[in-house]
Design a protein around this ligand. Structure first.
Ligand code: GDP
Ligand code: MG
Length: 187
């Protein structure tokens, strides 16, 4: 993605300042959320945006004064008690429920191990609040080409539905332009 201008902001609570479209990224820790955002924007955003004490903040990344990438905290999700497991963390939930400018949620999954219980819970939760979402099946470079269709079949069979998805590799830059096109078509 050609990025001429980039602006970072961190919020401990969702507050909206303008009418630009937003695209949120969520995912189980280690699925590659940061890598995808970095590859998409050609920037090492994590290095700039990770402030100590703000792991529970929403990071917004304003691109070219046109739209926002919203990096949502989901880490710790796996560690919470069983009772709480159906929930994202509070700030992520509040944002997903309240944002009026959120076009799509990208749910980052590791294609090799997907769907994990956490992936399934996130999908169920997004459905329950009627949010549009697209599954990003990341790390496709870990799957042999001749096994890819089978792997995807297994994933959708376990999910019980063929949700919209984009298969990518952040590190090998595979299909990232598909993700880019999708975003730009909805800005
Ligand atoms: N093989 C492979 N590894 C990846 C890919 N994307 C991310 N990773 C690795 O997965 C690990 C977690 O990535 P990171 O972006 O920090 O995940 P996050 O916790 O979801 O933000 C890192 O070691 C990355 O290098 C990918 O497309 N292919
Ligand atoms: Mg990360």
């Amino acid at each position: 993605m050609k990025v001429n201008k980039i602006e970072f902001n961190m919020m401990g609570k969702y507050e909206k300042k303008d009418d630009l479209s937003e695209f949120a990224f969520v995912g189980r820790s280690n699925a590659g959320k940061s890598s995808i955002i970095n590859t998409l924007t050609n920037k090492k955003i994590n290095r700039v945006s990770k402030k100590p004490g703000c792991t529970r903040c929403i990071n917004t990344i304003k691109i070219n004064d046109k739209f926002y990438i919203v990096d949502l905290p989901g880490a710790g999700f796996a560690k919470v008690s069983l009772k709480e497991k159906k929930r994202f963390n509070k700030i992520t939930e509040q944002y997903l429920e309240e944002s009026e400018h959120l076009r799509t949620v990208f749910l980052i999954m590791d294609i090799k191990v997907a769907p994990t219980n956490i992936d399934i819970m996130m999908i169920e939760w997004l459905k329950s609040i009627h949010r549009n979402f697209v599954l990003i099946l990341n790390k496709v470079d870990n799957i042999p080409k001749n096994k890819l269709q089978q792997r995807k079949k297994e994933i959708f069979k376990k999910l019980g539905f063929k949700y919209p998805s984009i298969t990518v590799s952040a590190t090998k830059k595979i299909n990232i332009t598909e993700l880019e096109k999708f975003i730009l078509s909805m800005v």
